[in-house]
Write a new protein. Sequence first.
Length: 596
Amino acid sequence: MSKREFTVSNEYTFNRASPARWIISHLFRYKFRVLLYMALALITNFAFSGTRVLTGNAFDAVLKGDGAQVGIIALKMLALVICCGLIDFGARFMIEIVAKSLARDAREELYVSLLGKSQSFHNRQRVGDIMARATNDMSQISDMVSPGFDIIYDSFSSLLAIMIFIGILNIQLLLVPLLYLVVFLLTLRLYSRRLNPVSREMREQFGVTNAILNEAVTGIEVIKATSQEEQEKEKFTKNASRYRDFFVKNGIIQGQYLPTLLLGIALAFCFLHGLFLLLQHQITIGQLVTFIGLATNLRFVTDMSTWSFTLAQLGIAGSRRVLDMMKEETEIDENEDGYKAQIQGNIVFENVSFGYGETPILKNVSFQAKAGQTIAIVGQTGSGKSTVTKLVNRIYDVSSGRVLIDGQDVRDWNMDALRSQISTIEQDIFLFSRSIADNIAYGMGQQANTSTIEQAARDAQAHDFIMSFKEGYETVIGERGVMLSGGQRQRLAIARALLTDPRILILDDSTSAIDSATEDEIQKAIKRVLQNRTTLLITHRISQIRWADKVLVVRNGEVIDQGTHEELMQRCRTYQRIFSHYENVAAPEAVLASGE
């Protein structure tokens, strides 16, 4: 499938070639509702124009003194107005459903697209800008359909009805309305062309402003700790002012909209033309009243065009921003047709190099981890230890070389099959604002039950502190687990990993915030549960390094040595210094940083 297309439920394909085509392809999903709306709106406008005709007929009947005819016309008017109101309600209801359905589908498409993007893509994005596209831009897309498209179509269908009824009344009366229509359409085109770039800049600036707000709220602790409130206030005010300026510019363009002035001139000429034909006895007074009433209906078309086309331009600008994000290249695909199998746990790195852009991180890394082995990785901060593990589950893809799992290049694996059998516990634990049970069971879905969740918590030494809460496993822990200490968060993360029963486990300094006594208990649990499972262990704790089957010593993106703890103590000077200095330095990485 083309990168310009997106399919939902293998039934509907959304064309991403341009904002207009994307929106139309979404609306095509609800084509019957759209067609029904268009039919109802058309009937409504013809019925409403019909009331002007009845008004004119009533004038003629009054002038003739025909009271019975006036009564009949009044009953017809009442029936027509009631029908018009009911049909109009149906039209508005239908287009509102379409608008909200479009926003829902577009938001789902964006969400699915974001989930499928690579980590490199997300590293480049600002969360606030993503949220602006997923919320405010989506609202603009919805408003573009209703009331935007609703009013535009309503206006032009009303225009069609007006012209037809005037033509039926007297073909000569079309002269002034048609001249006005030509000028109106030309002016509207110029207005749209001027408004489009301003609308686009306004949507972009909103995303920037929202991103700044999000960063300030997320980093409020740092801002307060460093007394940078004034700096952040000035930064936000500057960007909010730019957003305001675009709104002002938008208002100036709307203020220069000429058709509202031209309409008054057109109505005056319509009245003069009608009077001329009346004096020539080519129309009656009732027909003149009907003509002026129909011509006055042009005011709705003129006045609403400013607002409706502004909504349309904002919607197009918003859809372009959403499309740009969805169409942005991602370095990693899902590989849905890739290799699927039960992972045994053999990991091989063959001359692997990797870099973020132009910055090299890993250089010619080669090692092997046999199924069931524990591989410890030690090295200074920034040496590439975590990057090594992120290549295993394809958070990133190698720049050169290969990473093999059970003899298959990880790029050939089906993404779900690969990642569902690998669990990662990092030092910076992310927990959701949900219950403790939901956080532990995350990744298992409905497969996890109370007993398995509790057993995983016991194995991770988390059960006791969980039960100290009033609501136990149903305790909602707040966003990112703010209610918990660092050690408690890490124990929940370990429980979550144990519950998924991974074939490969990655521990990235995962016990750094746990006291030694608790760590010993957790290590016993991990050893017991992870027998015959491959473990990659990033750590600086000697107690963990000692029971690893192999240790990799990483420096400046290269594996300078590897072997068992005993072998490295015999031959690797850097490794020897780690242990000889361990009691005198804060962390072994300080020794590695020395370059020895």
